[in-house]
Design a binder for this molecule. Structure first.
Ligand SMILES: Nc1ncnc2c1ncn2[C@@H]1O[C@H](COP(=O)(O)OP(=O)(O)OP(=O)(O)O)[C@@H](O)[C@H]1O
Ligand SMILES: [Mg+2]
Length: 459
Protein backbone atom coordinates (compact mmCIF):
# COMPACT_ATOMS: atom_id res chain seq x y z
CA UNK A 1 0.00 0.00 0.00
CA UNK A 2 1.15 3.48 -0.82
CA UNK A 3 2.16 5.50 2.20
CA UNK A 4 -0.20 8.33 3.09
CA UNK A 5 1.09 11.77 2.12
CA UNK A 6 1.48 14.04 5.16
CA UNK A 7 0.66 17.69 4.64
CA UNK A 8 1.28 20.59 6.99
CA UNK A 9 -1.22 23.38 6.29
CA UNK A 10 -0.30 26.78 7.73
CA UNK A 11 -2.91 29.54 7.66
CA UNK A 12 -3.91 31.93 10.40
CA UNK A 13 -7.51 32.23 9.25
CA UNK A 14 -9.55 29.41 10.68
CA UNK A 15 -12.33 30.06 8.18
CA UNK A 16 -10.10 29.33 5.19
CA UNK A 17 -7.83 26.69 6.78
CA UNK A 18 -10.45 24.27 8.04
CA UNK A 19 -12.49 23.88 4.84
CA UNK A 20 -9.28 23.35 2.88
CA UNK A 21 -8.02 20.79 5.40
CA UNK A 22 -11.33 18.97 5.19
CA UNK A 23 -11.17 18.86 1.42
CA UNK A 24 -7.60 17.56 1.42
CA UNK A 25 -8.48 14.87 3.96
CA UNK A 26 -11.38 13.81 1.74
CA UNK A 27 -8.81 13.35 -1.02
CA UNK A 28 -6.91 10.91 1.12
CA UNK A 29 -4.19 13.15 2.53
CA UNK A 30 -3.16 13.31 6.16
CA UNK A 31 -3.43 16.96 7.14
CA UNK A 32 -2.13 18.80 10.20
CA UNK A 33 -3.12 22.44 10.63
CA UNK A 34 -1.11 25.29 12.15
CA UNK A 35 -2.31 28.85 12.70
CA UNK A 36 0.97 30.64 13.38
CA UNK A 37 4.54 30.50 12.11
CA UNK A 38 5.72 29.52 15.56
CA UNK A 39 3.34 26.57 15.71
CA UNK A 40 4.38 25.51 12.22
CA UNK A 41 8.07 25.50 13.10
CA UNK A 42 7.37 23.48 16.23
CA UNK A 43 5.47 20.89 14.23
CA UNK A 44 8.18 20.74 11.59
CA UNK A 45 10.76 20.06 14.24
CA UNK A 46 8.80 17.22 15.78
CA UNK A 47 7.03 15.42 12.91
CA UNK A 48 7.96 14.38 9.39
CA UNK A 49 5.88 15.97 6.62
CA UNK A 50 6.02 15.45 2.87
CA UNK A 51 4.42 18.68 1.73
CA UNK A 52 3.92 22.08 3.37
CA UNK A 53 1.20 24.44 2.16
CA UNK A 54 1.57 27.82 3.81
CA UNK A 55 0.05 31.24 3.63
CA UNK A 56 2.66 33.85 2.78
CA UNK A 57 1.38 36.31 5.41
CA UNK A 58 1.21 35.04 8.94
CA UNK A 59 0.67 37.09 12.11
CA UNK A 60 4.08 36.28 13.65
CA UNK A 61 6.29 35.52 10.63
CA UNK A 62 5.93 34.77 6.94
CA UNK A 63 5.81 31.87 4.54
CA UNK A 64 9.32 32.53 3.23
CA UNK A 65 10.79 31.89 6.70
CA UNK A 66 8.91 28.63 6.89
CA UNK A 67 10.10 27.75 3.41
CA UNK A 68 13.71 28.39 4.42
CA UNK A 69 13.36 26.25 7.52
CA UNK A 70 11.81 23.41 5.49
CA UNK A 71 14.68 23.51 3.00
CA UNK A 72 17.14 23.46 5.86
CA UNK A 73 15.44 20.44 7.41
CA UNK A 74 14.89 18.27 4.38
CA UNK A 75 15.99 17.85 0.79
CA UNK A 76 12.75 16.23 -0.23
CA UNK A 77 9.96 18.21 1.47
CA UNK A 78 8.12 20.47 -1.00
CA UNK A 79 6.51 23.82 -0.18
CA UNK A 80 3.52 25.45 -1.87
CA UNK A 81 2.84 29.08 -0.95
CA UNK A 82 -0.52 30.80 -0.85
CA UNK A 83 -0.42 34.56 -1.44
CA UNK A 84 -3.18 36.99 -0.68
CA UNK A 85 -2.52 39.02 -3.77
CA UNK A 86 -0.30 38.26 -6.72
CA UNK A 87 2.93 39.99 -6.02
CA UNK A 88 5.54 39.24 -8.64
CA UNK A 89 8.48 39.94 -6.34
CA UNK A 90 7.43 37.66 -3.50
CA UNK A 91 6.61 34.94 -5.99
CA UNK A 92 10.03 35.23 -7.59
CA UNK A 93 11.72 35.27 -4.20
CA UNK A 94 9.72 32.24 -3.13
CA UNK A 95 10.75 30.28 -6.19
CA UNK A 96 14.38 31.29 -5.68
CA UNK A 97 14.29 30.01 -2.14
CA UNK A 98 13.08 26.69 -3.49
CA UNK A 99 9.29 26.82 -3.27
CA UNK A 100 7.65 24.26 -5.49
CA UNK A 101 4.98 26.71 -6.65
CA UNK A 102 2.65 29.41 -5.41
CA UNK A 103 -1.06 29.93 -5.77
CA UNK A 104 -3.07 33.13 -5.33
CA UNK A 105 -6.19 33.76 -3.30
CA UNK A 106 -9.05 33.26 -3.80
CA UNK A 107 -8.07 29.64 -4.14
CA UNK A 108 -8.99 27.72 -7.22
CA UNK A 109 -9.26 24.25 -5.75
CA UNK A 110 -8.75 22.47 -9.06
CA UNK A 111 -5.54 24.40 -9.57
CA UNK A 112 -4.37 23.54 -6.05
CA UNK A 113 -5.11 19.86 -6.62
CA UNK A 114 -2.99 19.82 -9.78
CA UNK A 115 -0.09 21.66 -8.16
CA UNK A 116 -0.29 19.39 -5.15
CA UNK A 117 -0.23 16.25 -7.29
CA UNK A 118 2.85 17.51 -9.09
CA UNK A 119 4.56 18.45 -5.84
CA UNK A 120 3.92 14.98 -4.48
CA UNK A 121 5.28 13.40 -7.62
CA UNK A 122 8.46 15.45 -7.35
CA UNK A 123 8.76 14.69 -3.64
CA UNK A 124 8.53 10.98 -4.35
CA UNK A 125 11.04 11.11 -7.19
CA UNK A 126 13.56 13.06 -5.17
CA UNK A 127 13.00 10.79 -2.22
CA UNK A 128 13.62 7.76 -4.40
CA UNK A 129 16.76 9.34 -5.79
CA UNK A 130 18.06 10.08 -2.30
CA UNK A 131 17.20 6.49 -1.45
CA UNK A 132 18.99 5.10 -4.50
CA UNK A 133 22.05 7.16 -3.71
CA UNK A 134 21.98 5.84 -0.19
CA UNK A 135 21.78 2.29 -1.51
CA UNK A 136 24.79 2.94 -3.70
CA UNK A 137 26.61 4.33 -0.69
CA UNK A 138 25.73 1.29 1.40
CA UNK A 139 27.18 -0.96 -1.27
CA UNK A 140 30.53 0.70 -0.80
CA UNK A 141 30.37 0.91 2.96
CA UNK A 142 33.54 -0.46 4.43
CA UNK A 143 31.78 -3.47 6.01
CA UNK A 144 30.84 -4.66 2.51
CA UNK A 145 34.47 -4.83 1.51
CA UNK A 146 35.73 -8.05 2.95
CA UNK A 147 39.20 -8.60 4.28
CA UNK A 148 40.31 -10.19 7.55
CA UNK A 149 43.92 -10.59 6.55
CA UNK A 150 46.47 -8.24 8.08
CA UNK A 151 47.29 -6.95 4.59
CA UNK A 152 43.68 -5.93 3.97
CA UNK A 153 43.27 -4.53 7.47
CA UNK A 154 46.20 -2.30 6.69
CA UNK A 155 44.49 -1.23 3.46
CA UNK A 156 41.31 -0.36 5.40
CA UNK A 157 43.25 1.71 7.91
CA UNK A 158 44.86 3.62 5.11
CA UNK A 159 41.49 4.12 3.39
CA UNK A 160 39.94 5.49 6.57
CA UNK A 161 42.60 8.17 6.64
CA UNK A 162 42.43 8.84 2.92
CA UNK A 163 38.67 9.54 2.89
CA UNK A 164 39.23 12.58 5.10
CA UNK A 165 41.56 14.14 2.54
CA UNK A 166 41.50 15.16 -1.10
CA UNK A 167 44.82 13.50 -1.84
CA UNK A 168 45.55 11.78 -5.09
CA UNK A 169 45.56 8.00 -4.72
CA UNK A 170 47.23 5.32 -6.80
CA UNK A 171 45.79 1.82 -6.37
CA UNK A 172 47.99 -1.05 -7.48
CA UNK A 173 47.10 -4.70 -7.74
CA UNK A 174 46.63 -7.64 -10.05
CA UNK A 175 43.47 -8.02 -12.06
CA UNK A 176 40.41 -8.71 -9.91
CA UNK A 177 41.94 -7.71 -6.58
CA UNK A 178 39.31 -5.03 -5.98
CA UNK A 179 40.89 -1.83 -7.28
CA UNK A 180 37.63 -0.36 -8.48
CA UNK A 181 35.79 -1.35 -5.31
CA UNK A 182 38.40 0.45 -3.24
CA UNK A 183 38.26 3.54 -5.47
CA UNK A 184 34.46 3.72 -5.11
CA UNK A 185 34.62 3.11 -1.39
CA UNK A 186 36.99 6.05 -1.02
CA UNK A 187 34.68 8.29 -3.02
CA UNK A 188 31.45 7.22 -1.32
CA UNK A 189 32.95 7.62 2.13
CA UNK A 190 34.53 11.01 1.43
CA UNK A 191 32.96 14.45 1.62
CA UNK A 192 32.46 14.21 -2.16
CA UNK A 193 29.97 11.36 -1.81
CA UNK A 194 27.03 13.30 -3.21
CA UNK A 195 29.02 14.49 -6.22
CA UNK A 196 29.77 12.39 -9.30
CA UNK A 197 32.14 9.41 -9.42
CA UNK A 198 33.31 9.13 -13.01
CA UNK A 199 35.33 6.09 -14.09
CA UNK A 200 37.48 6.13 -17.21
CA UNK A 201 38.84 2.80 -18.41
CA UNK A 202 41.86 4.22 -20.20
CA UNK A 203 42.87 0.90 -21.71
CA UNK A 204 39.46 0.26 -23.22
CA UNK A 205 39.15 3.57 -25.10
CA UNK A 206 40.95 3.82 -28.46
CA UNK A 207 43.93 6.11 -28.21
CA UNK A 208 42.58 8.68 -30.67
CA UNK A 209 39.32 9.03 -28.71
CA UNK A 210 40.79 9.12 -25.22
CA UNK A 211 41.76 12.78 -25.33
CA UNK A 212 38.27 14.01 -26.20
CA UNK A 213 36.71 11.55 -23.75
CA UNK A 214 38.82 12.94 -20.94
CA UNK A 215 38.88 16.61 -21.78
CA UNK A 216 35.87 17.15 -24.06
CA UNK A 217 35.89 19.21 -27.24
CA UNK A 218 34.21 22.18 -28.86
CA UNK A 219 32.22 22.14 -32.04
CA UNK A 220 34.51 22.24 -35.08
CA UNK A 221 37.58 21.05 -33.15
CA UNK A 222 38.02 18.27 -35.68
CA UNK A 223 36.03 16.62 -38.47
CA UNK A 224 32.91 15.11 -37.00
CA UNK A 225 32.85 17.38 -33.95
CA UNK A 226 29.48 18.89 -34.76
CA UNK A 227 28.60 19.86 -31.23
CA UNK A 228 30.34 20.69 -27.96
CA UNK A 229 31.11 17.73 -25.76
CA UNK A 230 31.87 17.76 -22.07
CA UNK A 231 34.84 15.64 -20.97
CA UNK A 232 35.01 13.19 -18.07
CA UNK A 233 37.01 15.61 -15.93
CA UNK A 234 34.39 18.32 -16.28
CA UNK A 235 31.63 15.78 -15.69
CA UNK A 236 33.30 14.81 -12.43
CA UNK A 237 33.68 18.36 -11.21
CA UNK A 238 33.16 18.46 -7.45
CA UNK A 239 33.57 14.70 -7.29
CA UNK A 240 36.11 12.03 -8.17
CA UNK A 241 37.66 10.82 -11.41
CA UNK A 242 38.82 7.21 -11.45
CA UNK A 243 41.48 6.60 -14.10
CA UNK A 244 41.68 2.86 -14.53
CA UNK A 245 44.66 1.22 -16.24
CA UNK A 246 46.55 4.49 -16.10
CA UNK A 247 49.68 2.76 -17.42
CA UNK A 248 48.15 2.54 -20.88
CA UNK A 249 47.77 6.30 -21.24
CA UNK A 250 49.63 7.65 -24.30
CA UNK A 251 52.53 9.91 -23.48
CA UNK A 252 51.11 13.11 -25.01
CA UNK A 253 47.97 12.76 -22.88
CA UNK A 254 50.15 12.20 -19.84
CA UNK A 255 51.45 15.72 -20.34
CA UNK A 256 47.94 17.11 -20.46
CA UNK A 257 46.93 15.16 -17.39
CA UNK A 258 49.94 16.45 -15.51
CA UNK A 259 48.79 19.98 -16.25
CA UNK A 260 45.33 19.28 -14.85
CA UNK A 261 46.85 17.95 -11.66
CA UNK A 262 49.11 20.96 -11.32
CA UNK A 263 46.81 23.79 -12.39
CA UNK A 264 43.38 22.36 -11.51
CA UNK A 265 41.97 23.48 -14.81
CA UNK A 266 41.19 21.98 -18.19
CA UNK A 267 40.69 23.16 -21.75
CA UNK A 268 38.40 21.33 -24.12
CA UNK A 269 40.04 20.14 -27.33
CA UNK A 270 39.85 23.00 -29.85
CA UNK A 271 39.26 25.66 -27.22
CA UNK A 272 41.51 28.04 -25.33
CA UNK A 273 38.98 28.76 -22.61
CA UNK A 274 40.15 27.26 -19.34
CA UNK A 275 37.63 25.66 -17.02
CA UNK A 276 38.34 25.54 -13.29
CA UNK A 277 38.23 22.07 -11.83
CA UNK A 278 37.79 20.67 -8.37
CA UNK A 279 38.30 16.97 -8.91
CA UNK A 280 39.90 14.27 -6.84
CA UNK A 281 41.94 11.85 -8.93
CA UNK A 282 42.19 8.17 -8.08
CA UNK A 283 44.07 6.02 -10.54
CA UNK A 284 44.67 2.30 -10.78
CA UNK A 285 47.17 0.08 -12.49
CA UNK A 286 47.78 -3.64 -12.63
CA UNK A 287 51.18 -3.47 -14.25
CA UNK A 288 54.26 -2.26 -12.52
CA UNK A 289 54.03 1.44 -13.25
CA UNK A 290 57.55 2.00 -11.93
CA UNK A 291 58.79 -0.37 -14.60
CA UNK A 292 56.99 1.69 -17.27
CA UNK A 293 58.67 4.80 -15.84
CA UNK A 294 62.08 3.13 -16.09
CA UNK A 295 61.41 2.13 -19.68
CA UNK A 296 60.42 5.69 -20.50
CA UNK A 297 56.79 4.83 -21.32
CA UNK A 298 55.40 6.77 -18.40
CA UNK A 299 56.38 10.26 -17.29
CA UNK A 300 58.17 10.19 -13.98
CA UNK A 301 56.82 13.56 -12.84
CA UNK A 302 53.27 12.35 -13.51
CA UNK A 303 53.98 9.13 -11.66
CA UNK A 304 54.90 11.07 -8.53
CA UNK A 305 51.88 13.35 -8.89
CA UNK A 306 49.55 10.34 -9.08
CA UNK A 307 51.32 8.35 -6.43
CA UNK A 308 50.81 10.70 -3.49
CA UNK A 309 49.13 7.91 -1.54
CA UNK A 310 49.82 4.41 -2.84
CA UNK A 311 47.45 1.59 -1.96
CA UNK A 312 48.74 -1.86 -2.75
CA UNK A 313 46.13 -4.62 -3.00
CA UNK A 314 47.70 -8.03 -2.40
CA UNK A 315 46.77 -10.94 -4.67
CA UNK A 316 44.25 -13.34 -3.16
CA UNK A 317 46.77 -16.21 -2.96
CA UNK A 318 48.74 -14.10 -0.49
CA UNK A 319 45.79 -13.63 1.84
CA UNK A 320 44.31 -17.07 2.36
CA UNK A 321 42.47 -15.86 5.47
CA UNK A 322 40.19 -13.83 3.21
CA UNK A 323 39.01 -16.76 1.11
CA UNK A 324 36.44 -18.09 3.58
CA UNK A 325 34.85 -14.72 4.47
CA UNK A 326 34.79 -13.68 0.81
CA UNK A 327 33.26 -16.99 -0.29
CA UNK A 328 30.61 -16.67 2.46
CA UNK A 329 29.92 -13.07 1.46
CA UNK A 330 29.35 -14.04 -2.17
CA UNK A 331 27.31 -17.10 -1.15
CA UNK A 332 24.97 -14.97 0.95
CA UNK A 333 24.52 -12.61 -1.98
CA UNK A 334 23.87 -15.41 -4.49
CA UNK A 335 21.50 -17.35 -2.25
CA UNK A 336 19.52 -14.18 -1.56
CA UNK A 337 19.31 -13.39 -5.25
CA UNK A 338 18.26 -16.94 -6.08
CA UNK A 339 15.84 -17.09 -3.19
CA UNK A 340 17.32 -20.24 -1.76
CA UNK A 341 18.40 -21.06 1.79
CA UNK A 342 21.99 -20.27 2.69
CA UNK A 343 24.39 -22.94 1.44
CA UNK A 344 27.12 -24.41 3.56
CA UNK A 345 30.71 -24.63 2.41
CA UNK A 346 32.13 -28.02 3.47
CA UNK A 347 35.57 -28.33 5.02
CA UNK A 348 37.07 -30.19 2.03
CA UNK A 349 35.64 -27.68 -0.42
CA UNK A 350 37.11 -24.82 1.61
CA UNK A 351 40.49 -26.56 1.65
CA UNK A 352 40.38 -26.86 -2.13
CA UNK A 353 39.55 -23.15 -2.42
CA UNK A 354 42.42 -22.27 -0.12
CA UNK A 355 44.89 -24.44 -2.01
CA UNK A 356 44.08 -22.89 -5.39
CA UNK A 357 46.29 -20.06 -6.67
CA UNK A 358 43.52 -17.71 -7.92
CA UNK A 359 45.12 -16.01 -10.93
CA UNK A 360 41.89 -14.00 -11.38
CA UNK A 361 41.80 -13.09 -7.67
CA UNK A 362 38.56 -12.00 -5.99
CA UNK A 363 36.69 -11.71 -9.27
CA UNK A 364 37.50 -15.34 -10.06
CA UNK A 365 36.34 -16.43 -6.61
CA UNK A 366 33.11 -14.49 -7.05
CA UNK A 367 32.50 -16.21 -10.40
CA UNK A 368 33.23 -19.64 -8.95
CA UNK A 369 30.81 -19.08 -6.06
CA UNK A 370 28.12 -17.86 -8.44
CA UNK A 371 28.56 -20.91 -10.61
CA UNK A 372 28.51 -23.29 -7.66
CA UNK A 373 25.40 -21.66 -6.20
CA UNK A 374 23.62 -21.95 -9.52
CA UNK A 375 24.59 -25.55 -10.26
CA UNK A 376 24.59 -27.22 -6.85
CA UNK A 377 21.29 -28.70 -5.76
CA UNK A 378 22.23 -29.76 -2.28
CA UNK A 379 22.81 -27.11 0.36
CA UNK A 380 26.15 -28.65 1.25
CA UNK A 381 29.02 -27.72 -1.07
CA UNK A 382 31.60 -30.45 -1.59
CA UNK A 383 34.81 -30.46 -3.70
CA UNK A 384 32.90 -32.29 -6.44
CA UNK A 385 30.75 -29.15 -6.88
CA UNK A 386 33.81 -27.01 -7.60
CA UNK A 387 35.33 -26.56 -11.06
CA UNK A 388 37.81 -29.39 -11.72
CA UNK A 389 40.86 -27.12 -11.89
CA UNK A 390 40.08 -26.06 -8.31
CA UNK A 391 38.88 -29.33 -6.80
CA UNK A 392 42.11 -30.95 -7.99
CA UNK A 393 40.51 -33.40 -10.41
CA UNK A 394 42.54 -31.91 -13.27
CA UNK A 395 45.37 -30.53 -11.23
CA UNK A 396 48.66 -30.16 -13.08
CA UNK A 397 50.55 -33.36 -12.43
CA UNK A 398 53.03 -32.71 -9.71
CA UNK A 399 55.88 -35.12 -10.42
CA UNK A 400 56.26 -36.11 -6.81
CA UNK A 401 52.67 -36.65 -5.90
CA UNK A 402 51.20 -38.69 -8.75
CA UNK A 403 49.39 -41.68 -7.31
CA UNK A 404 47.40 -44.34 -9.02
CA UNK A 405 44.06 -44.45 -7.21
CA UNK A 406 40.88 -46.41 -7.75
CA UNK A 407 39.67 -43.79 -10.22
CA UNK A 408 42.73 -44.61 -12.36
CA UNK A 409 45.15 -42.41 -14.31
CA UNK A 410 45.96 -41.98 -17.99
CA UNK A 411 49.60 -43.03 -18.01
CA UNK A 412 50.53 -41.80 -21.52
CA UNK A 413 48.89 -38.42 -21.06
CA UNK A 414 50.47 -37.92 -17.67
CA UNK A 415 53.92 -38.87 -18.90
CA UNK A 416 53.54 -36.58 -21.91
CA UNK A 417 52.56 -33.69 -19.67
CA UNK A 418 55.57 -34.24 -17.44
CA UNK A 419 57.85 -34.43 -20.47
CA UNK A 420 56.46 -31.22 -21.89
CA UNK A 421 56.78 -29.41 -18.59
CA UNK A 422 60.41 -30.44 -18.13
CA UNK A 423 61.38 -29.63 -21.72
CA UNK A 424 59.74 -26.25 -21.34
CA UNK A 425 61.64 -25.54 -18.14
CA UNK A 426 64.93 -26.65 -19.70
CA UNK A 427 64.36 -24.48 -22.78
CA UNK A 428 63.58 -21.50 -20.56
CA UNK A 429 66.74 -22.04 -18.55
CA UNK A 430 68.74 -22.40 -21.76
CA UNK A 431 67.27 -19.24 -23.25
CA UNK A 432 65.75 -21.30 -26.05
CA UNK A 433 69.02 -22.90 -27.19
CA UNK A 434 68.05 -26.52 -27.89
CA UNK A 435 71.56 -27.99 -27.59
CA UNK A 436 71.89 -26.51 -24.11
CA UNK A 437 68.40 -27.61 -23.08
CA UNK A 438 69.18 -31.12 -24.31
CA UNK A 439 72.34 -31.13 -22.19
CA UNK A 440 70.31 -30.10 -19.12
CA UNK A 441 68.01 -33.07 -19.73
CA UNK A 442 70.83 -35.50 -20.47
CA UNK A 443 69.56 -36.07 -23.99
CA UNK A 444 71.25 -35.46 -27.27
CA UNK A 445 69.92 -32.64 -29.38
CA UNK A 446 68.23 -34.80 -32.05
CA UNK A 447 66.37 -36.81 -29.40
CA UNK A 448 65.07 -33.56 -27.89
CA UNK A 449 63.97 -32.24 -31.28
CA UNK A 450 62.24 -35.54 -32.06
CA UNK A 451 60.44 -35.55 -28.69
CA UNK A 452 59.29 -31.98 -29.20
CA UNK A 453 57.93 -32.83 -32.64
CA UNK A 454 56.06 -35.83 -31.26
CA UNK A 455 54.60 -33.77 -28.41
CA UNK A 456 53.60 -30.98 -30.77
CA UNK A 457 55.83 -28.46 -29.03
CA UNK A 458 56.69 -26.13 -31.88
CA UNK A 459 58.48 -23.15 -30.32
N1 LIG B 1 37.46 -7.07 -0.68
C1 LIG B 1 36.38 -7.33 -1.43
N2 LIG B 1 35.21 -7.56 -0.83
C2 LIG B 1 34.12 -7.85 -1.57
N3 LIG B 1 34.10 -7.92 -2.89
C3 LIG B 1 35.24 -7.69 -3.56
C4 LIG B 1 36.44 -7.38 -2.85
N4 LIG B 1 37.43 -7.20 -3.75
C5 LIG B 1 36.88 -7.39 -4.95
N5 LIG B 1 35.57 -7.69 -4.86
C6 LIG B 1 34.68 -8.02 -5.99
O1 LIG B 1 35.47 -8.62 -6.98
C7 LIG B 1 35.17 -8.14 -8.28
C8 LIG B 1 36.40 -7.51 -8.89
O2 LIG B 1 36.72 -6.29 -8.23
P1 LIG B 1 37.23 -5.00 -9.01
O3 LIG B 1 36.46 -4.82 -10.28
O4 LIG B 1 37.25 -3.88 -8.06
O5 LIG B 1 38.70 -5.48 -9.35
P2 LIG B 1 39.85 -4.74 -10.17
O6 LIG B 1 41.07 -4.83 -9.38
O7 LIG B 1 39.37 -3.39 -10.59
O8 LIG B 1 39.98 -5.70 -11.43
P3 LIG B 1 40.54 -5.37 -12.93
O9 LIG B 1 42.00 -5.10 -12.80
O10 LIG B 1 40.27 -6.65 -13.66
O11 LIG B 1 39.75 -4.21 -13.43
C9 LIG B 1 34.03 -7.17 -8.10
O12 LIG B 1 32.81 -7.81 -8.39
C10 LIG B 1 34.08 -6.80 -6.64
O13 LIG B 1 32.81 -6.50 -6.17
MG1 LIG C 1 39.06 -2.64 -12.51
Amino acid sequence: MKEQVKILLVDDEHSSREPLALLLRKNGYHVTGASTGHEALQLLASEPFNIVITDLFLPDSNGIDILKEVKRLSATMEVILITGFASAETAVQAMKEGAFDYITKPLNLEELKIILAKAIEKHQLVNENVYLKKQLRDKYEFPNIIGNSPAMQQVFNLMKRVVKTDSTVLIMGESGTGKEVVAKAIHFNSSRRNQPFVAVHCGAIPENLLESELFGYVRGAFTGANRDKIGKFEAANGGTVFLDEIGTMPIQLQTKLLRILQEHEVERVGSTRTIKLDVRVISATNNQLEEEVRKGNFREDLYWRLNVIPIQLPPLRERMEDILPLARHFLVKCCEEMNRPMMNLGKDALEALEAYHWPGNVRELENVVERVAALTESNQITPADLPPNISGAFREPDEYSIRVTNSGVDLMKTVNRIEMKMIDEALNLAGGVKAQAAALLNLNRTTLVEKMRRLGMQR
